[in-house]
Design a protein around this ligand. Structure first.
Ligand code: UDX
Ligand code: UDX
Length: 472
């Protein structure tokens, strides 16, 4: 039975059971035992995985998530494809569907595709009953809330049924980072609530107050809330492009990037986070959100501002390419027919997510240059790699001529007669490998390319191998 009291929430529904919707609703269910939380998704396959008895089969790999799901699933946390009834009984609905960069049409390559936000709003409009608070969780361009509100109110004046429905739209973007999502959700730096309906704001605040100190809950207007998410991600990505640009300068001058990060990071005004150089940032957010910001700035005629932020993406693309090129150069200007072991394919450790991973770009470059890749990753499946590389896996790489890849679970076996090992993701499993044994198995002259600075020089001092470390 739907709760009609405006600010007392008993039933929550979330549209989109992805990397954001799944974990963030699991935490609400964990912290608010009296609220029934239903996460719905169009994809039957995804929902089936969320309901799988074997917790190892959840569609999202995130440390600590399985435990919460085991405790709350089918108690006050439900995963379903029955979108209609979940919307119907919800007092509060989170929209956490994907908002990828548009591939075609106006704004292609920059603007966010709001198709799924719009279809979510239409579904809510159709099935909701009584008063419903609708919350944008997905990252969206500024002013999306007004689009959602327009869709929700679209039949107000023409349909008898619609007259009993009322909606308030709030923005509450999610700041979790994958791999540390559970900790980020339990102990966030801040929660952002954007909107001007004080009842709705109070209702949402009351939920977060169950586990988050009130002073960390910031209330802003809708547009500041929407824009803050884009700006936060752009600032974070900007730091990575900045440090990556300096990594290249270190390599030609003899300065060491880790020493630079430490020295500038000790300045409290700069701070020591997000100063790790790497092969370029990945993930579903940074690139998409900057492109979105660039698009918005151009739309409002702020070309200089747009060009400024676009440069972060250009530098990121350049960093990936720079690494592919230097691998080829160091391997005597050709990787044709050479066996190269790739350690790490996800865009960061502790996630099975590969969206925009630098590994995709670097592996494609190496394959295009004729290399035979043996790819290892603790969580990414061969079928995911196949999709990302747009190329089928070769089951017998030795028989293939050139330009191919295979998945491997055995780093030692893969290293046998290989020419290079390239570390692309800093999984813990790679930090203490027995480099002497591994490099003894390799063909000489052999190379290690450490794009994440995880190897301490003493670990390979006695190994017969050439070493390239980022910014060193
Ligand atoms: C989220 C945000 O929502 C996005 O805006 C942000 O920038 C990145 O994080 P994420 O959870 O990572 O997206 O996306 P994804 O894992 O793709 O999950 C979205 C889910 O929504 C998918 O399972 C998809 O099937 C589902 N979906 C999509 C619906 O249920 N209905 C739709 O209409 C569209
Ligand atoms: C990011 C934001 O951190 C998060 O607040 C937002 O909600 C979603 O986008 P996420 O993309 O999951 O989270 O991970 P993050 O830890 O930010 O890493 C993004 C990329 O930057 C990764 O590829 C990572 O390897 C890279 N990175 C990060 C660096 O190269 N150096 C660093 O110092 C930090």
């Amino acid at each position: 039975m739907k709760n009609e009291v405006k600010n007392e929430v008993k039933n929550i529904c979330c549209l989109g059971a992805g990397y954001v919707g799944g974990p963030s609703m699991a935490i609400i269910a964990e912290k608010c035992l009296e609220i029934k939380v239903t996460v719905v998704d169009l994809s039957e396959e995804r929902i089936k995985k969320w309901n799988d008895e074997n917790i190892e089969n959840l569609p999202v790999y995130e440390p600590g998530l399985g435990e919460i799901i085991s405790k709350r699933r089918n108690k006050n946390l439900f995963f379903s494809t029955d979108i209609k009834s979940a919307i119907k009984s919800a007092d509060m609905i989170f929209i956490a569907v994907n908002t990828p960069t548009k591939n075609e049409g106006f704004g292609a390559g920059f603007a966010s595709d709001l198709t799924w936000i719009e279809s979510s709003a239409r579904q809510i409009e159709e099935y909701a009953e009584g008063h419903t608070i609708v919350i944008e969780k997905s990252t969206v361009p500024v002013k999306t809330a007004s689009i959602i509100q327009t869709l929700l109110d679209s039949k107000k004046n023409i349909s008898v049924n619609a007259k009993n429905k009322t909606f308030t739209v709030l923005s509450s973007p999610e700041f979790l980072a994958e791999g540390s999502a559970i900790n980020d959700l339990r102990f966030p730096d801040r929660i952002l609530l954007g909107g001007d309906d004080e009842f709705a704001i109070k209702a949402l605040k009351d939920i977060y107050k169950k586990w988050i100190p009130e002073e960390k809950i910031l209330v802003t207007n809708l547009w500041s809330s929407e824009l803050s998410k884009l700006v936060a991600n752009s600032f974070l990505a900007q730091r990575i492009s900045s440090i990556n640009s300096i990594s290249a300068l270190c390599e030609v001058t003899g300065a060491k990037i880790n020493e630079i990060s430490q020295s500038i990071g000790s300045d409290k005004r700069i701070g020591n986070k997000f100063l790790k150089p790497g092969p370029g940032f990945g993930g579903s957010c940074f690139q998409k959100d900057i492109l979105n910001l660039v698009y918005l700035c151009r739309y409002y005629g702020l070309d200089e501002v747009a060009n400024y932020w676009e440069q972060i993406i250009n530098l990121n693309n350049w960093q990936r390419k720079r690494i592919s090129k230097l691998i080829v150069e160091k391997l005597l200007n050709t990787v044709n027919l050479k066996k190269i072991v790739i350690l790490g394919f996800s865009y960061k450790p502790n996630t099975n997510d590969t969206r925009e991973s630098a590994a995709i770009y670097i592996c494609k470059d190496l394959i295009d240059n004729g290399a035979k890749l043996l790819i290892h990753d603790p969580q990414t499946t061969p079928s995911q790699i196949e999709k990302d590389l747009c190329r089928k896996q070769s089951l017998n790489i030795d028989e293939e001529i050139n330009g191919c890849w295979t998945h491997t679970n055995d780093i030692n076996l893969a290293s046998f007669k290989s020419d290079a090992i390239v570390i692309l993701t800093e999984w813990d499993a790679y930090k203490n490998l027995d480099w002497i044994t591994l490099t003894n198995l390799m063909r000489k002259p052999s190379w290690i390319f450490d794009t994440r600075s995880i190897i301490e020089l003493h670990q390979i001092e006695k190994a017969d191998v050439n070493y390239w470390g980022i910014g060193k």
